[in-house]
Ligand binder design. Structure first.
Ligand SMILES: Nc1ncnc2c1ncn2[C@@H]1O[C@H](COP(=O)(O)OP(=O)(O)O)[C@@H](O)[C@H]1O
Ligand SMILES: [Mg+2]
Length: 247
């Protein structure tokens, strides 16, 4: 569904990704775990074609991202959903307009069809009768659910998720994690999620890739990661301030 091989990316001569290998397998939740500033969001932006890469291969649904033209990118993105960090809803649009955004703009659907699907999608994330509200009238947890609904409303094959639990209280964070798992199980969507939240990572992941200094230094099932002997992974999992990870 998404494959990165040997991906390198520098900003102003400063290497960020140094040969990143990563794969999101169909029907699974893959979590990229790593510290802040490690290049997780950049990796998602590269997958979305929003950021260039200096070396390596990036394939999304079987297509090399670099080779895609405007129209092809647009078509490919119809099969991809995105849940941005902090939700990133359009403040000037109602919940209905936000959730229906991709349907209106990439599918050209009419208002009545969109309204039905928006209602169903909102129910799937546990929200009812809020279509006419604006994001400013919602709690943080509701905004996140609306953002998730927007990410999946067009029934994508692949859902990319950036820090789904940041800024949420533990119970709401858990709810969002549960919803992501429901999306995998009910819609069969492949999920690639990046996070520094250990709890969320271990709750939702079928596979975890640990990103450190621009590479995946460990990957496997949650149990395999827990059993890692890599010093950096062990330090991260134990939450210790002492060890090879600094800053
Ligand atoms: N557009 C950019 N221009 C310059 N530097 C950038 C840019 N985007 C990211 N970076 C650098 O890459 C680092 C990692 O960014 P990011 O991918 O957001 O990490 P993460 O999501 O893991 O916290 C940032 O701290 C910054 O130094
Ligand atoms: Mg980030």
């Amino acid at each position: 569904m998404a494959v990165l091989e040997g991906v390198e990316k520098s900003f102003q001569g400063e290497p960020l990704l140094r040969g990143l290998d990563l794969e999101a397998r169909a029907g699974e939740v893959t979590v990229v775990l790593g510290g802040s500033g490690g290049g997780k969001s950049t990796t998602l932006r590269i997958l979305l074609g929003l950021e260039s890469y200096d070396a390596g291969s990036v394939r999304l649904l079987g297509r090399e991202v670099r080779d895609l033209g405007r129209v092809e990118t647009r078509e490919l993105m119809m099969q991809v959903g995105m849940l941005f960090q902090f939700g990133a809803l359009f403040d000037s649009m109602t919940v209905e307009e936000n959730v229906g955004f991709a349907l209106r703009h990439t599918r050209g659907w009419q208002r009545a069809e969109i309204a039905d699907l928006v209602r169903e999608t909102l129910l799937m994330v546990g929200l009812k009768d809020i279509q006419g509200r604006y994001p400013s009238e919602l709690s943080g947890g509701m905004r996140k659910r609306v953002a998730l609904a927007r990410g999946i409303a067009h029934n994508p094959r692949l859902l990319l998720v950036d820090e789904p639990t940041t800024g949420l209280d533990p119970i709401m964070a858990d709810t969002i994690s549960e919803l992501i798992l429901q999306m995998r199980d009910r819609l069969g969507v492949t999920v690639l999620c990046i996070t520094h939240d250990l709890g969320a990572a271990f709750k939702i992941a079928d596979r975890i890739a640990f990103l450190y200094q621009g590479r995946v230094i460990e990957s496997g099932s949650p149990d395999e990661l827990r059993a890692s002997t890599h010093e950096v992974v062990r330090q991260f999992l134990s939450g210790s301030a002492h060890g090879p990870i600094h800053g």
